[in-house]
Ligand binder design. Sequence first.
Ligand code: IMP
Length: 431
Amino acid sequence: MSERLVVIGSQWGDEGKGKITDYFACRADMVVRYQGGNNAGHTVVFDGNKYSLQSIPSGIFNPATINVMGNGMVVNPVSVVAELQKLHDRGITDYQLFISDRAAMVMPWHADLDGAYEAKKGDSLIGTTKKGIGPTYSDKYARTGLRMGDLLEPEYFAERLRGALDVKNLELRMLGLKEYDFQEVYDQYMELAKQIGHMITDTSDLINGYLRRDDKRVLFEGAQGMMLCCDHGTYPFVTSSSPSAAGVPVGAGVAPKWIDNVLGVAKAYCTRVGEGPFPTELFDQRAHDIRERGHEYGTVTGRPRRVGWFDAVVARYTGRLAGIDNWALMLFDVLSGLDKVMICTGYELDGEVITSPPSTISRLARCKPVLIEMEGWKEDISGVKNFDELPEAAKAYVRKIEELTEIPVGIISVGPDRTQTITVAETLRKW
Ligand code: IMP
């Protein structure tokens, strides 16, 4: 039987999944994205070069690795072609990429509608990436959407496109937006099909073929983070998919039994882009310092990220929901230099202390973090190679997270480069 690893974000996205996935992708035979689309912004740094990926899996830099965009994704063919072009321009030309024929396809009007819906929400806007992710998933579940496989059958594609435009143009007109001409969209997408059509296939078959083989390693790459999960996150300030390990079976077309080694990627502190409650958020100089040291600006939108303390309430919650086996604790070096560091252990809500997030954002917005204060450390730890070499205060911080979440820290990242990674867990060292 193959070896598997699921890498998921356990906070509000941007935890550093790109680096971790890339770290394991070097040894993976296959890397699979199973949800989300080009709303993700995965940064991968190696050999001193920085690459930013949106919808393409992080295994793309290794010519021997098969990269799969699974059926649970929303795929924007315009963006895929543009991303590939950018990679080509930087000399990344040797790769293997496959796209599920069942993946929902992002159409040009989806981004327009995303922007228009946001504009109508006024102060209660979600702060989406405006890539059309929500509207594409809405159409998928309304069963009116188009799928990537449709591109391979021009007549069927034309029929689906006509049906979609009949309804969409009405909606676009009502909202005062530009309507789309059938022929223009048809020609544009047929042109895109010429460029990426050969990559579109039944990826579930491909993945299952690898899962059954003893000599294969399959990595499932989550995007966003568990607190942005449409079911379990801070609804409605969430994305429209399930970034959990539980999203893998449906989104990749594999049986749940294959999901057994889940790595929860968590920053050593917390960040959030977009709107929505964030109980441990900091508003003072410390937020500014962490933001600058951690380069906390959105990869996709460039927006400054909101910054807060590590939230063990969130970590316990996502650990339970996704069955996280180990943490990958990211950007640990960013905390160096603070006199004191804090961890949130519970929320005070209307005079009571709770240890799991409430279901509504109205209650979450009233939650005050219950914080414990720990000694900080001054040393630069970006060159540390082993856990034992870390300053005592830093070790105590890691141990406290393990104690509060009852999940071991398997990896500690002390810098953006692949080499700045301390692998503590034996199982992960072997992977
Ligand atoms: P959408 O996914 O574009 O619909 O945006 C919904 C929410 O998810 C917004 O708060 C976005 O900022 C957030 N979001 C979407 N993708 C990412 C990501 O990759 N990292 C962090 N936040 C994200």
